[in-house]
Design a protein around this ligand. Structure first.
Ligand code: B3K
Ligand code: ZN
Length: 874
């Protein structure tokens, strides 16, 4: 496989004015007849180019150009393309192909899930349906006719409006759909099956009625309410916050069990992984409710940021994804606790995206080349991309940012554009020079900002120095300084924010400092005492910020910072210091002793009156082992695990009574409620339960058992199950695991949790259990949710056992990756990532990991895996 480069972009040679598709659905022999109205592109830079259509695994049945049959002499066929060297400037091409949906285990193009037909075309799935110029800068109007057996496939759906339907001979029927909006092929969708709808409607700001339909399998009809409520909330939010109104008369969502990603924003017909749309309190957790709300909103927001204005090429993927993630984050912040949302986003970014930026597959938010675009649906494109747009909104201010967004939508409606077009709108409305800012799109790696402060008591000044550097990443040895917005304040005694005065300029109590050089200093005047700087408030830039805070300063910020995010972050920094010193003690073979500063900070938190249980729950969580690992150049997996466990049990034992009181105060046997206050109470209570159980005291385990048995919702039931199943003595959780599977064996989504709980059990018996569970009737390697629930959960949430010194975890993963290479390349190349991150491991593990990568490399690899393995072994 060869890489494709951004710098080689050329406008298309031909445009497609209209597409008519006709599907004769059949499990193994579906016929797709397409009629394309083609025309040379006046904007093409070269004359007389041949027509090149993309196509994969297609059997040609018939080809006609302007009604004339073509023979093999008229075209060239490669593995990837159909090429017609001699064509007129404007013509009609009719293509009939045959495809095999049933054996499509890659889940790209047209495939079957639970017997129903569905499609996934982004990024390049449409070429597995028919020959087509499958690139996002070709927008065309689609009409789709579907013919299928009426009893097996009573529901036939595609994009746009239903324009005809009726019965045919032989028990068949048809439906015809027309989408009035020109769109790239990646937004095409078709669904056919035995589905049932929950229907609702939404009246837009201009008074139009939009029909809302959520299509699911019959057994899931009771799990639809939350998604529909979320959809209506998102529709209204986008009108109010971005002035975006929905544009078709119908909006449909379909839930399918077999899906590579979370969901897909096809025009008027979203296809969703059932895990991201179905939710009901008995069987789904509050976290799942939250995920449904945000994914439903995300796909809806794409209707403007992605569909009406789309990407010129796949290098611009973050144009739609980064912006849309920011939009869904803003929505979730408005719907829930903004501070908690931010804490959770940043935790994830700092753990997983920073790891990506530090590993062999690091890439800029706008990559310069790729082999397989599916490998670039990453945390960097999505989450870091969202942070980049968030920084723009901070730099411009809310109102000006909104003007920039309005200009972008107005100017580029119906077009396929670039990241530069987007940023140019922001520059135009603000008058800012954003040229340096563009480096955020082209430079990979996480910038490091080292801050230091010096107080001069005679001058009553405080000088803050900020230095930035970005470490080298593959292919980018040298980095330029970025424009880094650092929101900050100075906190004085008694916790007041001090108005800042810098060289005669008055700054008020909070300010976004623009760090543009490699090093910059700011001197603050008229300070009676040394202040404590509160830096990077709200995580104003996706950087690693260091400052040599004392433990006292961190404890002070934990209670006194006016910025909720930084209060939480101060706690994380304090915990980090404490655990890092335990790691050092462990490595030196010393007796472990937990920093009393951490215990007293926790005690203070636990004893203070609870003003916000949701934030308190977050503050009571220790940094994860994955985040701890991120802090080291040389990662000592075992020492980190031992140190974390020690910190956990020491704190739990020292503060048992406080955790118990807090648990009891927030435990309620009242009916389940979706209210934010009830969600927060459940969260806090379950965090406390985990602490209690960390002591392994029989009475704590009893409490978990009781909660497990009495729970009236999945949040409580699963939290209790996890506590029991993760007890040191494996027999403790046995009964609950059995009861759980008995209760839920018919619910595929709940079974995912059952697999994950066992896969993430932090003891060496976990791998054998995972191996055994592969034979369970609810498990299938063909279902991505199951692979994620069992295998990814072991690899990513059970670090200490995945990295077992005997290489058993590595060998297991390699075996699974080899198996999936054949079945589902996209899932295989995601799954392998932890094995590629060997650089920071000790020499022994590095070698063991490389041995497994080399073993995978011996296989006939898909482009997806080839690209990742090549980068890893470079
Ligand atoms: N745009 C889709 C992702 C498609 C994945 C292709 N491999 C979902 C989303 O970001 O909304
Ligand atoms: Zn998206």
């Amino acid at each position: 496989p060869q890489p494709i480069f951004l710098k080689n972009y050329l406008p298309p040679a031909f445009l497609v004015q209209q597409v008519h598709l006709n599907f004769l659905l059949d499990s193994t022999q579906t016929r797709v007849i397409s009629r394309l109205e083609l025309e040379r592109n006046p904007a093409s830079t070269q004359a007389n180019l041949p027509l090149e259509l993309d196509g994969q695994n297609l059997k040609i049945i018939n080809l006609q150009l302007n009604g004339q049959c073509l023979t093999e002499a008229d075209y060239q066929l490669t593995e990837q393309q159909l090429i017609l060297p001699q064509v007129p400037d404007s013509f009609v091409l009719e293509i009939e192909v045959e495809i095999d949906p049933l054996n499509n285990t890659a889940l790209e193009g047209l495939y079957q899930s639970s017997g129903n037909f569905c499609t996934q075309c982004e990024a390049e799935g449409f070429r597995r349906i028919t020959f087509y110029p499958d690139r996002p800068d070709i927008l065309s109007k689609f009409t789709t006719r579907i013919e299928a057996d009426k009893s097996r496939f009573p529901v036939l759906l595609s994009n746009g409006n239903l324009i005809a339907q009726g019965d045919l001979d032989n028990g068949k029927h048809f439906a015809e759909w027309q989408d009035p909006f020109p769109k790239p092929a990646y937004l095409f969708a078709l669904v056919a099956g035995n589905l049932h709808a929950v229907k609702d409607s939404f009246t837009t700001c201009s008074g139009r009625q939009v029909a809302l339909e959520l299509w699911v399998e019959e057994q899931n009809l009771h799990k639809c309410e939350h998604a529909l409520r979320s959809l209506k909330a998102a529709m209204q939010w986008d009108e109010e916050n971005y002035g975006r109104e929905y544009d078709l008369d119908i909006y449909m969502i379909v839930a399918v069990d077999d899906f590579n990603m979370g969901a897909m924003e096809n025009k008027g017909l979203n296809v969703f992984n059932s895990a991201c749309v179905l939710a009901e309190p008995k069987s789904e957790t509050d976290a799942a409710f939250n995920r449904v709300e945000s994914v439903v909103a995300h796909e809806y927001f794409h209707n403007w940021s992605g569909n009406r204005v789309t990407c010129r090429d796949w290098f611009q993927l973050s144009l739609k994804e980064g912006f849309t993630v920011l939009r869904d984050q803003q929505f979730s912040a408005d719907m829930n606790s903004a501070a908690v949302e931010r804490i959770q986003q940043v935790s994830m970014l700092r753990t997983a995206q920073f790891a990506e930026d530090a590993g062999p597959t690091a890439h800029p938010v706008r990559p310069e080349s790729y082999i397989e675009i599916n490998n670039f649906y990453t945390l960097t494109i999505y989450e870091k991309g969202a942070e980049v747009v968030r920084m723009l909104s901070e730099l411009l201010g809310k109102e000006t940012f909104r003007k920039g967004a309005d200009l972008y939508f107005a100017r580029f409606d119906g077009q396929a554009v670039t990241v530069d077009d987007f940023v140019a709108c922001m520059a135009e409305v603000s008058g800012l020079d954003l040229s340096q800012f563009m480096l955020w799109y082209s430079q990979a790696g996480t910038p490091e900002v080292a801050a230091s402060g010096v107080y001069n008591p005679t001058e009553k000044t405080y000088t803050l120095t900020l230095k930035q550097r970005t470490p080298a990443t593959p292919g980018q040895p040298v980095k330029q300084p970025l424009l880094i917005p650092i929101k900050m304040g100075l906190v004085g005694a008694a916790g007041v924010n001090i108005p800042m005065e810098v060289n005669g300029e008055f700054w008020s109590t909070e300010r976004v400092v623009q760090l543009k050089e490699a090093e910059q200093s700011f001197t603050f005047h008229h300070l009676e005492a040394e202040p404590v700087p509160s830096l990077l408030r709200g995580f104003s830039a996706p950087v690693k910020l260091s400052f040599d805070y004392s433990r006292e300063q961190l404890a002070f910020l934990m209670t006194n910072d006016s910025d909720g995010f930084n209060r939480w972050d101060a706690g994380q920094r304090l915990a980090l210091l404490a655990i890092q010193s335990l790691v050092a003690q462990q490595q030196a073979g010393e007796t472990l002793e937990l920093d009393p500063a951490l215990t007293s900070a926790y005690e203070k938190l636990l004893k203070a009156p609870v003003s916000d249980p949701a934030i308190l729950a977050e503050m009571l969580l220790l940094p994860s082992e994955a985040y701890l690992a991120e802090q080291y150049e040389q990662v000592d997996i075992d020492a980190i695990h031992q140190a974390s466990e020690f910190a956990r049990t020491s704190l739990a034992k020292a503060l048992y009574a406080e955790f118990l009181r807090l648990y009891q105060d927030h435990h309620s046997s009242a009916d389940w409620s979706p209210e934010a206050s009830a969600v927060a109470a459940r969260r806090l209570k379950n965090v406390c339960l985990t602490w209690l159980v960390a002591t392994e005291k029989p009475e704590a385990l009893q409490l978990a058992e009781q909660q497990f048995k009495q729970a009236n919702n999945m949040t409580d039931q699963l939290a209790a199950l996890t506590c029991l199943a993760h007890a040191k003595d494996a027999s403790v959780g046995k009964e609950a695991l059995e009861a759980f599977v008995k209760q839920w064996s018919q619910d595929a989504l709940v079974m995912d949790s059952w697999f994950s709980v066992q896969a993430s059990r932090p003891y060496p018996d976990a791998l054998d259990k995972v191996k055994t569970l592969q034979a369970h009737s609810a498990f299938s390697m063909k279902n991505p949710n199951k692979v994620r629930a069992l295998i990814s959960a072991f690899v990513n949430q059970n670090r200490v056992n995945f990295h077992a010194k005997d290489a058993s975890g590595y060998q297991f993963l390699a075996d699974k990756v080899i198996e999936l290479n054949q079945l589902n390349p996209q899932i295989a190349s995601r799954l392998v990532i932890p094995l590629t991150r060997f650089k920071r491991m000790d020499k022994v593990r590095q070698n063991l990991m490389k041995i497994e990568l080399e073993r995978i490399k011996q296989e006939k690899l898909s482009a997806d895996l080839f690209e990742v393995i090549e980068k890893a072994l470079q």
